[in-house]
Ligand binder design. Sequence first.
Ligand SMILES: C[S@@+](CC[C@H](N)C(=O)[O-])C[C@H]1O[C@@H](n2cnc3c(N)ncnc32)[C@H](O)[C@@H]1O
Length: 183
Amino acid sequence: MKEGYWNVTTELGYTKMFKRHLGLWRWVDEFMALNKIKSVFEVGPGLLDNINKKVEIYQSVDLTKNGNSIYDDFTTMNLDEFKGKFDLLLACAVVEHCNGYRDFFKRALDIKAKFVVISFFNGINRYEEHIKTVSDKHTNEFKFYLNSYSQREMEKELDKLGVLNKSEFITLGRKNSILIIRL
Ligand SMILES: C[S@@+](CC[C@H](N)C(=O)[O-])C[C@H]1O[C@@H](n2cnc3c(N)ncnc32)[C@H](O)[C@@H]1O
């Protein structure tokens, strides 16, 4: 794997992100308690380690080297060994940074967890269509996407994947939106 942008983000950077999205993390805690979540597969925790302490079984994957996560790209890695082992697939503020959401959703479902929770840190209903941008911080080796996805478009994809009737979008405050899929 090539070294990427994420490895220059500091612990302080992640702490600031956590504080900015405290409402989301409180919601995640409540969701986990309500649904008796005991095992989590988390995509992109970065340098945060709040979820791993709260469950019996925890696995994460990240493009940030953090000593705990598998250092790999969720959108391309082999997921076979993780299928059917977790109550919750959690991905907060990650999918906007990926090259599209379709494969991400497919893979998130492929883990075969009981619940999928994907958060969007800039909300989702700002635009009718998807807006795809690349951060000016990117290098030739590593593109840092800052995509904005539309709920209407994502619902079409969830329908194709056969899970639209199990999906719900909620928005917390002005920004964070959350996709919950109950499988
Ligand atoms: C904006 S940070 C979010 C960190 C944390 N989840 C939060 O909500 O504060 C995005 C994280 O996703 C990771 N990431 C981005 N694309 C990824 C990918 N394709 N596979 C795995 N991790 C990825 C980055 O390394 C980074 O840690």
